[in-house]
Design a protein around this ligand. Structure first.
Ligand code: BTN
Length: 321
């Protein structure tokens, strides 16, 4: 998108009042006809902009564009800068590539489509245009590598807080899922680059089902899925979802850095789905059954089994009904 069109879009997105063509022309140093041409181009791209007689232009549709998101966000560093790509292999891979080129903490990559979106344990994660939100945030915490798994739970609390603005009843499933009535709504994939004793970059990848795919859920998903719009009972915008997620992530992450993991862990436990229910964990070849007892100081799950407490650091958890 041209720089001038980007500025026009950001100005329209900044408020709900019409912005006059004269004002835009003055700000950009172009003619009113020039502004009108940009508006027409934006309309041809499918963006709804209405002209209110005598008052100016109003943005009437959701636009998940970097300039719009950066204007709306009330964050200090998360989402700054923000890249919104039409298509990429995986936003996590792209964020990691940019990290190795020296990108700073907070950089966020969003894509309308991922061709090789990844989930945990080598699974695919599908992102289709307009239905899902695929977003990766680069963090550079001063943490030992063994504490990075805590960040998945930090991101979980942030996602829970952000998505609960749209609908009640969302719960967390250890270590990285967000569920609604047992159906998967969102997932988190944390990846890091580290050298001994020192983390260079952490990428928090968040995938949210914002709307159900028009052609139904893909055949290879491993658990029943749901989407934010269905559970909210009204269409939810990806722009609003991304804004809430990035704002919550910054707040919870800063709290974690300043005050440690205990408070985050407490919030995570309040929002988890397995309270008191038997669970089965698939942990590298063996199944362990028990009741989720608590999280330890590293974010590992402590499972009460018939043989005592088992500490689970990775695995797939299934809630038994
Ligand atoms: C999971 O549930 O297993 C985690 C899913 C994480 C998907 C997100 S979408 C944005 C980011 N890019 C990826 O390739 N994966 C994550």
């Amino acid at each position: 998108m041209s720089k001038q069109r980007d500025i026009i879009l950001a100005r329209l997105a900044a408020g709900s009042r019409p912005v006059s063509g004269d004002r835009l022309a003055l700000e950009l140093g172009i003619s009113r006809a020039g502004v009108w041409k940009h508006i027409e181009t934006l309309r041809r791209q499918g963006i709804r902009i209405e002209a209110v007689t005598g008052r100016g232009y109003v943005l009437c549709s959701e636009v998940l564009a970097a300039s719009v998101l950066e204007t709306r966000l009330k964050t200090r560093f998360v989402g700054r800068p923000c890249l919104v790509l039409d298509e990429v292999d995986s936003t996590n891979s792209e964020a990691m590539r940019l990290a190795s080129e020296g990108a700073e903490e907070g950089l966020t990559v969003i894509a309308h489509r991922q061709t090789r979106g990844r989930g945990r344990l080598g699974r695919n994660w599908h992102t289709f245009a307009d239905d899902g939100l695929a977003m990766s945030i680069l963090l550079r915490p001063n943490l030992p590598p063994e504490h990075v798994s805590q960040l998945t739970l930090v991101a979980g609390v942030a996602c829970h807080q952000a998505l609960s603005n749209f609908a009640p009843g969302i719960r967390l499933k250890w270590p990285n899922d967000l569920l609604h009535n047992g159906r998967k709504l969102a997932g988190i994939l944390t990846e890091m680059r580290a050298e001994p004793g020192h983390v260079q970059a952490v990428v928090i990848g968040i995938g949210v089902n914002v709307r159900a795919p028009a052609n139904g859920w893909p055949a290879d998903i491993t658990q029943p899925a749901t989407d934010l719009s269905s559970i909210a009972g009204k269409p939810v915008s990806r722009l609003e979802t991304a804004t809430r997620l990035l704002e919550s992530l910054e707040a919870i992450y800063v709290d974690f850095l300043e005050n440690g993991f205990a408070a985050v862990s407490e919030q995570w436990w309040q929002a988890h789905a397995t309270s008191g229910k038997p669970v089965r964990v698939h942990d590298g070849g063996r199944y362990i059954t028990g009741i989720a007892d608590s999280l330890d100081a590293d974010g590992a799950l402590l499972l009460r089994t018939e043989n005592g407490i088992e500490r689970i650091i990775a695995g797939d958890l299934e809630i038994m009904t």
